[in-house]
Each structure stands twice: as C-alpha cells, then as structure tokens.
Design a protein around this ligand. Structure first.
Ligand code: DQA
Length: 151
C-alpha cells in the first residue's frame, strides 16, 4: 500500500528526442523554424513550464541508428517520449519499428505543418505507431506533445 503510494507520487519522466538538423534550430531556415535554439527554448520555456509536473530530458542526433539506440535506452527509464524525427519521419521504417518495440507512449511532433509543405513531407512512417501527432505550432508543438503525455 505504502509502496504504491510512492510510485504514484513519482514525477513523470519524459524524454524529448530531436532528429537530424534540429541541432541547427535558431539559424536553420528561420522563416520556417523560428529563431530560437532548442536548448534555449528548453531552458527558458519548456522546463519552467513543467516544473514540478515532470522531468524533461533531451537528446538530439543526426544519425538514424543513434536515435534508435536512444529510443531503446528509454525502456524502464522514461514514462513517455516526444519525438521530432526531422526528415527521418518521412523515410525511416527502422525508427517506426523502434517506437513499436519499446512499448512506451510516443508522441510525434513537428514545428512546421508538414501537410502544408512539399508532398514528400506528407508521408509519416511514425504517425501509425505513435499515440498521436502534433504539428504546425512552432516550438509550442513540443509543449503540446508533453502536455498530451501528462494527460
Ligand atoms: C520537421 C519537418 C520535417 O519535414 C523536416 O525534415 C524537419 C523538421 C518539423 O519540425 O517541422 O527537419 O520535422
């Protein structure tokens, strides 16, 4: 009984994963992705917003296999994942398989509204294996992604 209470009170742990080229947020195509770096957004907006509600860890990689390893390493350590896989969204069956394999709730996010952009961005291999997808709200897509996991 006491043990269950402790588990219930534990702060949720959420891992945010950014894929290729998202390390350049702030300078990369600012008309599409804005002029804020992800590190700055995380420190000044996202972490303060969720203070006391969840712990947010962050990983970024430009390498498909590293993203897959990061997803695997989330097993048993996190309660959910928010992923912006960048262009791998539109190409990677391997990342989709990893999301299925880890059996954790994963939310797909995009800064831009990919459905309003080039045709090749309209396909996502990740949406069918994620609990949901959020796109088009700029950096706020990440906050909405975390919020959806907390609910
Ligand atoms: C993106 C959209 C992708 O099509 C693109 O390749 C990205 C960023 C977004 O957040 O809007 O790298 O995932």
């Amino acid at each position: 009984m006491y043990f269950c209470k402790i588990i219930n009170l534990r702060t949720m742990r959420i891992l945010i994963i950014n894929g290729p080229n998202l390390n350049l947020l702030g300078t990369r195509e600012p008309s599409i992705y804005g002029d804020n770096s992800f590190e700055n957004y995380l420190a000044t907006t996202l972490r303060p917003h969720f203070e006391g509600r969840c712990e947010l860890d962050y990983a970024q990689s430009n390498v498909e296999g590293e993203i897959i390893n990061t997803l695997h390493s989330a097993i048993g350590r996190y309660d959910g994942v928010v992923i912006n896989a960048g262009a791998y969204t539109h190409t990677s069956i391997a990342i989709a398989d990893a999301i299925k394999a880890i059996a954790l709730p994963v939310v797909e996010v995009h800064i831009s509204n990919v459905c309003k952009r080039e045709e090749f961005r309209h396909t996502s291999f990740l949406t069918p294996v994620c609990v949901g997808a959020i796109m088009g709200f700029g950096m706020d897509s990440y906050r909405l992604g975390v919020e959806s996991l907390l609910k």
